[in-house]
Design a binder for this molecule. Structure first.
Ligand SMILES: [Zn+2]
Length: 74
């Protein structure tokens, strides 16, 4: 049981606003297991970014992220 869990933005260190273990603001949560052809085979990397750091990160992409409306999936 993880009561009063704190989550921080890995990039800027900002603490996310939480209420009953639910993040009350935009958060980008990433968890990725590297595969066989990488140098990190079998390692699971995870991190969280606040919305500002996420925007900063994707603003450096040469090709923009794909954005879809989740309502289309329903
Ligand atoms: Zn941040």
């Amino acid at each position: 049981m993880r009561k009063n869990r704190k989550i921080f933005c890995n990039k800027c260190g900002k603490k996310f606003v939480m209420n009953k273990d639910i993040v009350q603001e935009g958060i980008f949560n990433m968890e990725y297991m590297w595969g066989y052809f990488s140098k990190k085979d079998g390692e699971i990397h995870s991190f969280d970014l606040c919305e500002k750091c996420y925007d900063d990160m994707i603003s450096q992409f040469i090709i923009p992220v794909d954005i879809r409306d989740s309502n289309e999936m329903i």
